[in-house]
Design a protein around this ligand. Structure first.
Ligand code: R5P
Length: 309
């Protein structure tokens, strides 16, 4: 098991941020911005695949855990072990900071017998935490995060304004396009900030890697288009939209997403479709990260701490 000075017992009454070492960089930035003590959780993986976690010996009353939930399955089990252990070590108010919140897309049974993962995972997290802070969760058929994660403090932040600032600094008179109707909320926000022209496509999904996209009825000839969405995963949605936009005369197509989920060949799929730059926030660590959400998340954590004081 690894040891680090950050794993020393926490002897402070200051709220503490707990993290695992794969998120240490983001955690350091967040702890500094929110003025939190930082402690590293030790994790041991047994040969049979089980895990053991070790937290600081004692914890203050207010504890936040940073765990972004890409590749979520093992992380959800970690959260179960972590949250329950933190309570036994003194935590009275537990906040989950999950910049990317998984399982939000399966919000209904599309076929009889399907698990409604959003509801099940949401209730699971609500049973462990008093507050959940996330960024641009994929809420489609529910209107608030609290409906999906019925926790006392369900806090939604957005990466759209900062992505909009990045786009404004890197493209002249861009045309913002959302690859599907669900992206309208982020497109509207990002476009309003700098007065960008904007529109959304319609999407029909046939399978994980098979989508049809219908472009909005507008001319894109000569325009520098930026496709903006909450998430790209396989990259096929933005790739299909980019292919059509370039075929109908767009001068360039770049992509900006909050969550760089990006499966193994996603960047290749996007590049093959003619996409130029791919930009993302650091909600999920990826080489495409250009925007840091640390200050935004720190602001939310600070407001939450103040409201609890
Ligand atoms: C869903 O509607 C999301 O906003 C994205 O459009 C979707 O998850 C992208 O998936 P993929 O990159 O696999 O096409």
């Amino acid at each position: 098991m690894k040891s680090s000075p950050l794993t020393m017992p926490v002897m402070t009454t200051k709220p503490v941020l707990l993290c695992l070492d794969d998120e240490l960089r983001s955690a350091k930035r967040l702890a500094q911005a929110a003025d939190l003590a930082l402690a590293l959780i030790e994790i041991h993986r047994f040969p049979d695949g089980e895990i053991k976690l070790r937290l600081p010996n004692t914890l203050p009353a207010h504890v936040a855990i940073l765990r972004t939930l890409n590749d979520p399955n093992e992380k959800l089990l970690e959260l179960l072990l972590l949250a329950q252990t933190a309570r036994t070590l003194g935590a009275r108010h537990l906040t989950l900071v999950a910049p990317y919140l998984a399982y939000m897309r399966q919000d209904m049974a599309f076929h009889p017998g399907e698990a409604i993962s959003q509801r099940i995972v949401g209730r699971f997290l609500a049973g462990l935490f008093d507050a959940v802070i996330t960024v641009d969760p994929h809420l489609h058929r529910v209107t608030s995060l609290r409906q999906a994660v019925p926790v006392q403090h369900a806090i939604v932040l957005t990466g759209a304004p900062l992505l909009s600032d990045w786009i404004a600094a890197h493209r002249q008179k861009p045309l913002l396009i959302g690859p599907d109707e669900e992206s309208a909320q982020w497109i509207a926000m990002a476009a309003a900030r700098h007065g960008f022209d904007h529109a959304v496509c319609r999407k029909l999904r046939h399978g994980d890697r098979s989508v049809e996209v219908e472009l909005p009825a507008m001319t894109v000839t000569g325009r520098h288009v930026v496709l903006l969405d909450d998430v790209a995963s396989t990259g096929h949605t933005v790739a299909r939209a980019a292919h059509l936009l370039l075929a109908t005369g767009a001068a360039s197509v770049d992509v900006a997403v909050t969550h760089a989920l990006f499966s193994v060949d996603a960047l290749q799929v996007m590049q093959d479709a003619g996409i130029g730059e791919v930009w993302s926030t650091d909600c999920i660590a990826h080489p495409s990260n250009v925007v840091s959400m640390a200050d935004t998340i720190a602001g939310a954590l600070t407001r939450l701490q103040t409201s609890l004081a």
